[in-house]
Design a protein around this ligand. Structure first.
Ligand code: SF4
Length: 737
């Protein structure tokens, strides 16, 4: 906690830090703008983690970026700055405009800003020439109005940060269980006998999940951690809110650590299912939940045939694990009545991610581990409201039912043609098919793959618009014209209005800003969308949609959400209950699976072992502990022993020895793809106990290595967790190594 307080004092000072942090995640306070881990019913006085405190401090900082800053710093100069430096400059204070041909942002009035955007949008030959991106911090109310405006304008081009993170989860779960979300609650975690934590580093990315795992362990649960990296938070948790955590050794978390090879997870879950079927053969009726399989599932026999044919050589090669380790793990499974599998990007950012997650579902369905206490799937979302945004309609592939409801409620025919996701948006900008890019939050150019291609594409746009709280790289990599629209943060008051968010477990609750806005010239996200819509649609009358009322009264927005989005009955009343309410979830609540078969679907997935050419390694891009998505809080990664540096690559000592490369040497990372090679220069090698053949380095620095066309099947998510690279000694300009 000392680290986060030190950072908070540096940004906010002592008094503001203490007054602000006591409001985080409280029932009448504001929701942490960090990750989407849920709060329990009981709230402790310090209901935040280290990284939550950092996220709040970054937003509630007293540092300001004023018009003088932009007069001093050209866009070209800002593009040469690091994401860390840009973020440390502070909060944006007024709208800024970069005219065509200029290299500087200059102040612009809000009214003029909306006119510029409306003029450029109307000048397009088709609404599909515009892209409307959403970052997962956007509130439900702003997200609902944003998609309404975009569809009223005539396009479904609504890419969002989900496209880069849990899209593979949504695709696989919708196909197999009929809902694109997790099916467990916090209480289920406390009731589980066995919890798998796969491809996830909760210690950094969802820190308060460690408290939940500690509580589950206290209730007798066993934990299996599956990860190429021995992440500290998975091994032992020193709970800062407990004496044993502050003074003692803390709680051992993982009972079993499977140091799996990148992309080995599909083979692991297929092998576990294979062993369970064989255990059933040996003792019929002792393993498989036949009643559940016969009553609630479809496709068992194709699945069974597929995993029975699995070859152990392929399993061992794909996982990098000895057969014995998998056989020991299946004993944990057979000894557990209720099993939960949690995961994050380590599962979702591979070419075969959707199939891998389908295998996780197969594994759980065998013993009916869905839709009963202590059992189910738990994709842990990154951004605080990324799940809520999708629920509100932020999706380039909306369902017909959602569009029908929108039509019936607002009296216009929404576009039916699916829009562009994040990767398709970059292609559209690159190929000149898209000319206007508008982002509701986020840092698109740093969050996306193939940095050189993405940045060149963004600079081709006729207009880029960033709705932001702080400076970031997407302001420096701008279109011909560019606008920065500074918005209120989650911590800040917006009159007496409140917004709502949905966490990773489907709980919807209120968030009330408590701090005075960083500047009198900020507008809320809702106000920005409403006023832009009024300017955009003023010629064809806005009678059907009361944008002005929506800005003033968010209850009016929630009344419409209630009528368009299932599960929000009595929204305004229920969300005022302390802690809010939980959205319905058919698989969890009723063991009902609204899939194409009306049942939970077993699937048969072909295992494709990732084999590399000699001398190559598999790279995964990761966050440091002082980072949240593309926001860099600091230059340390103390859980991995890194201080004051980010251009580092973690490599197994055995792989270094094979290549004759020493710990501490400078190397270039070179990725190979049919369209050529991509290089990230001058990374310091850190000998680190990664899985053999696998290495790791931070994003956004290594996003340049991820080819735009290297995406997951079905979900089109960039494959940032399995990039084929080679290490080359770095030769500095002028010849010295
Ligand atoms: S666990 Fe996530 S939501 Fe909770 S305080 Fe930490 S960063 Fe914020």
């Amino acid at each position: 906690m000392a680290h986060s307080l030190a950072m908070s004092y540096a940004q906010m000072g002592v008094k503001r830090t203490l007054l602000t942090l006591v409001q985080v995640n409280q029932k009448h306070g504001f929701d942490c703008p960090g990750c989407a881990w849920p709060e329990g019913r009981h709230r402790s006085p310090a209901e935040f983690c280290e990284n939550g405190a950092k996220a709040v401090a970054e937003e509630a900082t007293l540092r300001r970026v004023t018009r003088d800053f932009f007069a001093e710093h050209s866009v070209t100069e800002l593009a040469g700055r690091s994401d860390y430096w840009l973020g440390q400059q502070g909060r944006l204070t007024e709208p800024m405009y970069k005219p065509s041909g200029s290299d500087h942002y200059e102040p612009v009035a809000w009214d003029e800003a909306f006119s510029i955007i409306a003029r450029e949008l109307r000048a397009l030959e088709s609404p599909d020439e515009a892209l409307f991106y959403t970052s997962g911090r956007t509130s439900n109310e702003a997200a609902f109005l944003y998609q309404l405006m975009v569809r009223r304008f005539g396009t479904n081009n609504l890419p969002d940060c989900s496209n880069m993170c849990h899209e593979s989860s949504g695709s696989a779960l919708t196909q197999t269980l009929g809902i694109g979300k997790g099916t467990v609650s916090l209480d289920d975690l406390y009731k589980a006998d066995l919890i798998f934590v796969v491809g996830q580093n909760p210690g950094t990315n969802h820190p308060r999940m460690l408290s939940a795992l500690e509580k589950a362990k206290g209730n007798g649960a066993r934990i299996v951690a599956v990860n190429p990296l021995p992440e500290a938070g998975l091994m032992r948790f020193k709970n800062p809110q407990k004496a044993s955590g502050v003074a003692g050794r803390g709680t051992k978390l993982a009972d079993r650590f499977l140091q799996i090879r990148l992309n080995g997870d599909m083979a692991l879950f297929q092998a576990l299912s294979k062993l369970m079927l064989e255990a059933e053969d040996a003792d019929p009726g002792s393993v498989i939940d036949h009643e559940f399989v016969e009553t609630h599932t479809h496709g068992f026999h194709d699945f069974e045939k597929n995993v029975r044919e699995l070859e152990w050589e392929d399993v061992e090669e794909a996982t990098g694990l000895p057969r014995a380790a998998v056989e020991e793990t299946v004993q944990d499974v057979l000894g557990a009545k209720s099993v939960i599998v949690c995961w994050a990007m380590g599962l979702t950012q591979h070419k075969n991610s959707v199939a891998t997650i389908r295998e996780v579902v197969n594994f759980l369905l065998l013993r009916g581990n869905v839709g009963r206490p202590g059992a189910g799937v738990c994709p842990v979302r990154g951004h605080s409201n990324v799940q809520g945004d999708r629920t509100m309609g932020i999706y380039e592939k909306p369902s017909a039912a959602f569009l029908d409801a929108l039509r019936d409620e607002f009296g216009f025919e929404p576009p039916r043609r699916h829009g562009a996701d994040a990767v398709e948006s970059i292609r559209a900008l690159r190929d000149g098919q898209a000319k206007v890019f508008i982002a509701m939050g986020g840092n698109f150019v740093s969050a996306t793959p193939d940095t050189a291609v993405t940045e060149a594409a963004m600079r081709q746009a006729r207009l880029t618009v960033q709705v932001s709280t702080k400076l970031n790289r997407s302001h420096a990599v701008a279109g011909e014209q560019a606008l920065i629209l500074p918005t209120l943060g989650r911590t800040e008051k917006d009159g007496d209005r409140f917004v709502t968010v949905e966490d990773s477990m489907g709980m919807v609750h209120a968030s009330r800003g408590r701090l005075a806005p960083a500047s009198p010239d900020l507008l809320s996200e809702v106000a920005i969308v409403s006023r832009l819509a009024m300017r955009l649609f003023d010629q064809d009358g806005v009678a059907g949609i009361p944008w002005e009322r929506f800005e003033a009264d968010h209850d009016a927005i929630r009344d419409r959400i209630e009528r368009v989005v299932p599960g929000f009955d009595d929204f305004n009343a229920r969300v005022r209950e302390p802690g809010g309410f939980t959205l319905p979830n058919a698989p969890r609540d009723e063991r009902r699976f609204p899939t194409d078969t009306g049942k939970a679907n077993f699937t048969a997935n072909a295992l494709d072992v990732l084999r590399l050419a000699p001398g190559r390694l598999l790279l995964q891009t990761v966050r440091s502990h002082d980072q949240y998505n593309t926001t860099i809080y600091g230059m340390d990664d103390r859980y991995r022993g890194v201080h004051n540096g980010r251009r580092v690559v973690f490599v197994n000592p055995g792989d270094l020895a094979e290549r004759g490369i020493a710990d501490g040497e400078l190397v270039d990372l070179v990725s190979e793809w049919p369209d050529g090679e991509r290089t990230a220069e001058a990374f310091r090698v850190i000998a680190y106990s990664t899985a053999r053949g696998c290495c790791a380095a931070y994003f956004p620095e290594t996003n340049v290595l991820v080819p735009l066309d290297s995406t997951a099947d079905t979900s089109n998510t960039p494959t940032s967790k399995s990039v084929v690279v080679r290490l080359e000694r770095h030769v500095a300009a002028g010849g010295a190594g």
